[in-house]
Design a protein around this ligand. Structure first.
Ligand SMILES: [Zn+2]
Length: 492
């Protein structure tokens, strides 16, 4: 090891040679030496004296390069800022100067951003809103070009009190981490003072992806201002509707909204709802009616872009199967929900859902004090996914593996994020309302969303999919969500 170091120090210093080029006169050589050193410094690649010395276009020893940098400084070709940093030469500075640009102009101005977006668009859906627009916001709020962000992430050398100091990088002083801390501050100040930490995750993800794409290594699981951890991971696993609440929501939807919206709500609360994006794009042609355990079920497969996986979806409740059959017969083709060749409007569905939730006494106004969001209010569509996780947990004897098949990559996601089961809930284990029916004492739980982790007697539990299918078909045979009179009275 020591031999290698010594060899490095004794790099042959061939006179009048830079890299592989030879020069005839000392003047030519000196001029070219300065030009090449400046070029490397101005490349924005980040530099150190050692790095310049070892650069293929230089290949000189450390002290010679150090001498050239000093000379450039003395000649005023390199400047130090008040903090002692080496600054770019004036012409370079103009080229890289930050300009506040509208999104389209910004994309056109920075071809490296354009290339990044083109590359990502093959794997990421909605790449503009997920990646390039957040990066654009970051650049504008911080007054930086995309290049300058890369420079910070890559790290650079500055001169302070005559010493080289390494700056930037991913974490530490003047790093990307600090930069994103500054961004969070500016975002709160200029854009949205109420933004929570979780709301900045998409910006962090965008900047990290951009930096990674340029070949800079970023460790996984960073904390601080680069944390992509879901700080509220698992905090909303109690979000669910009881069976009684679910029926009341669907009936309210059919009574107050058009059939497209109401059907979407009925189906969204029966099948394990896909992520909102794909929910809208389910097509009539995808629906298959199958015979399971002697009953008709509706089934379809949904490709979820977020995980890039296919998940089979099941509808057992004959009232929902009936709705699907009616839509398939009527529409024959096109989007399952939505009219005139347009998928259902997500905003409209969200508004309708909030009103449905409100109708059964769920608070869709208040912002919680504990730093969490009001999930029913802020994520009404995604709430359905939580509800169905609980629904199918109860329909499968709390079998997370079976539930996961219908919409999650791992069982951990089901048990930790969507349908975490409390101890009280677990005491329902072994109960089956189909094959081992108990004397059920119906508990009105219409407005008990805050206690939703408690299983109620009126929440149906089954030991298996077979029992769930049999029971639901028996109980709701010949009934529909449109004709409540046929069914049992809903507790007021
Ligand atoms: Zn059973």
């Amino acid at each position: 090891m020591s031999t290698a170091l010594i060899q490095k120090e004794r790099k042959p210093n061939v006179r009048l040679r830079l890299g592989t080029d030879k020069f005839k006169t000392k003047e030519d050589y000196d001029m070219e030496f300065e030009r090449r050193v400046l070029k490397i410094i101005n490349s924005g690649e980040g530099f150190s004296t050692r790095g310049i010395a070892d650069h293929p276009s230089i290949m000189k020893n450390f002290s010679l390069v150090h001498g050239v940098i000093k000379r450039l400084e003395q000649e005023g070709k390199l400047k130090r800022s008040e903090t002692g940093r080496v600054e770019k030469t004036p012409e370079q500075k103009v080229e890289q100067e930050f300009k506040k640009l509208e999104y389209d102009a910004w994309i056109q101005t920075y071809p490296e951003v354009k290339r990044w977006i083109e590359y990502k668009s093959t794997t990421v859906e909605d790449v503009n809103s997920k990646l390039s627009r957040p990066l654009h916001t970051i650049c504008n709020l911080l007054g930086l070009t995309p290049d300058q962000i890369l420079k910070v992430a890559r790290g650079y050398t500055s001169f302070e009190d005559g010493h080289e100091v390494h700056r930037g990088g991913i974490t530490g002083r003047d790093s990307l981490d600090e930069l994103m801390g500054k961004f969070a501050y500016e975002f709160k100040k200029q854009v949205n003072p109420k933004i929570r930490d979780g709301g900045l995750r998409s910006y962090r993800a965008a900047v990290i992806d951009y930096v990674k794409h340029s070949g800079i290594f970023i460790p996984e699981r960073l904390g601080g201002n680069l944390s992509r951890a879901k700080t509220n991971y698992g905090k909303y696993s109690n979000t669910r509707l009881s069976d009684v609440q679910r029926d009341a929501v669907v009936r309210y939807a059919f009574a107050h909204f058009d059939a497209e919206i109401a059907s979407a709500i009925a189906v969204g609360l029966e099948v394990v709802s896909p992520m909102s994006f794909t929910f809208r794009s389910i097509r009539v042609e995808q629906i298959e009616f199958k015979s399971r355990f002697g009953f008709t079920t509706a089934e379809f497969t949904v490709h979820e872009s977020k995980t890039n996986e296919d998940f089979p979806k099941l509808a057992f409740d004959p009232r929902v199967v009936g709705i699907l059959r009616e839509i398939v017969q009527r529409k024959k083709t096109g989007y399952l929900f939505g009219t005139n060749g347009q998928p259902l409007d997500e905003g409209e569905l969200s508004d309708a859902l909030r009103e449905c939730y409100r109708s059964i006494g769920i608070d869709v106004e208040t912002e919680p004090e504990n730093g969490l969001i009001n999930y029913w209010k802020d994520k009404p569509i995604h709430s359905m996914r939580h509800s169905t996780a609980h629904l199918w947990s109860r329909r499968t004897g709390f079998n997370a593996s079976i539930v996961a098949v219908m919409g999650w990559k791992t069982t951990d996601m089901v048990t930790q994020v969507y349908a975490r089961l409390s101890l009280d809930y677990l005491f329902g284990q072994g109960r089956c309302d189909n094959c081992k029916p108990e004397q059920a004492i119906p508990t009105p739980d219409i407005a008990s969303a805050e206690n939703s982790n408690l299983i109620t007697q009126s929440d149906h539990l089954f030991c298996s999919l077979k029992c769930a299918c049999e029971f639901l078909n028996r109980k709701y045979a010949g009934t529909s969500f449109l004709s409540p009179k046929v069914e049992e009275a809903i507790p007021a």
